[in-house]
Ligand binder design. Structure first.
Ligand code: NIG
Ligand code: FE
Length: 390
């Protein structure tokens, strides 16, 4: 197994609080990192780095764990430029726009869907994302949901069945029959390709009772729950996520004190998706309130053609710091270790011995520049499983 030392790193974020400055980021200055095969085997001060076969000079750049984007919707066709344009001229966002993408996705071939997925995965990778969750939810038939998950699972391990995105237009007059399909034949076809099950618990999508039935059925088939919760309005999503032991409640834009308390006393991560509030001109989720209550917060893109068409985690970090009152350290942690928690992963989102060597070099001396220099393409080099990939 070949080993490589990366030395002369101005600042290294390990996300291991037993290392470096002992903060949650486990920051080591003037650092080095050793990779054996696909894993990190050593981190410490550059001057103490062991000799290895290969040497890479970071030349004073910062190194951070690759981003863990724990929420995206990348199996789709078409785009929604007109809808975005109308919104920026004053129209509001509603879940109804999902139907436009459903229509385009159903008519696309498998090859077209896969090409579009790979295009967006490559775009995300170039911006530092080395682990990415993605969902179905733009098919809403047994055939179209199954093929979305099959295509996604060829490219990522983190695949989520979201047949319950909205009630299929084919069942507009009989939502109960659609829930029966989602929990029956569609679930049977989809479960073999997915790790997670998700539901959009919202007015105009699925209510609390429907969402509970869907997530419970998924759990019986071995899928782990996560929930689109409290995005557009107050509602039962967050409490349901906690009740069912979901890995994550995603969006969390409209929360009561009881919702915040429930999250704080649970293992459910609150995943914040500021790209959605940006692109829908909605109010920001209050990250500070969640963090101060002791909730574990993840930060992800929600990349999708309707509510948040960005694959850029650095952009989301800048928004979170500027508009959601997160510190640059908290935002970086949430976009790496937080995303890993939201996917119940311990092998990614950190750069301490034993973790996968998934990392990004920044063209900057510190991760703080991700928020300090918004919009600047600072991700310089990306490594996944110990090898340079972008
Ligand atoms: O997470 N909220 C539900 N689903 C997506 C939006 C999907 C769309 O508008 O196409 C979201 O924001
Ligand atoms: Fe989403």
């Amino acid at each position: 197994m070949s080993s490589t030392v990366i030395s002369n790193i101005a600042s290294l974020v390990t996300n291991d609080p037993s290392l470096g400055d002992r903060s949650p980021l486990g920051l080591i200055r003037d650092a080095a990192l050793v990779i054996d095969g696909d894993r990190v085997s050593w981190t410490g001060e550059s001057s103490k780095a062991p000799a290895t076969d290969n040497r890479v000079d970071a030349d004073g750049r910062a190194v951070i764990p690759g981003f863990v984007d724990s929420h995206s919707h990348l199996v789709f066709a078409g785009d929604r430029t007109e809808e975005f344009n109308a919104r920026m001229s004053g129209r509001g966002y509603s879940a109804g726009g999902i139907r436009t993408t459903v229509a385009a996705t159903r008519t696309a071939t498998d090859a077209e869907l896969e090409t579009n997925l790979v295009r967006h995965l490559t775009e995300a990778l170039r911006q530092g994302t080395t682990t990415l969750e993605t969902k179905s939810g733009y098919g809403l038939t047994v055939h179209d949901e199954e093929r979305a998950l099959r295509i996604a699972s060829a490219h990522t391990d983190e695949v989520t069945y979201l047949g319950a995105h909205i009630v299929s237009p084919d069942y507009a007059d009989d939502p109960a029959a659609y829930v029966a399909l989602v929990t029956g034949e569609m679930l049977d076809a989809c479960a073999p390709h997915a790790r997670w099950i998700d539901v959009f618990c919202e007015k105009g999508a699925f209510d609390g009772d429907q969402a509970r039935a869907i997530l419970t059925a998924g759990r019986e088939k071995g899928l782990h729950p996560r929930v689109h919760a409290n995005q557009l309005s107050y509602g039962p999503g967050v409490q349901l996520a906690v009740e069912l032991g979901a890995a994550s409640a995603d969006h969390c834009t409209h929360l009561t004190d009881a919702d915040v308390d429930a999250l704080a006393n649970s293992d459910t991560v609150a995943t914040l998706l500021p790209g959605a509030e940006f692109s829908t001109r909605a109010e920001w989720p209050d990250a500070r309130r969640l963090l101060d209550a002791g909730v574990t917060v993840a930060l992800s893109t929600d990349c999708n053609p309707g509510s948040s068409y960005t694959s850029s985690v650095p952009f989301c970090i800048a928004l979170a710091v500027r508009d959601m009152r997160m510190t640059p350290d908290e935002a970086l942690w949430s976009a790496t270790a937080g995303g890993a928690r939201a996917l119940r992963r311990t092998d990614v989102g950190r750069l301490s011995p034993g973790a996968y060597a998934d990392l990004a070099f920044l063209d900057a001396p510190s991760h703080v520049h991700l928020a300090y220099r918004p919009g600047v393409p600072l991700v310089d080099e990306v490594w996944r499983r110990g090898r340079r990939v972008a």
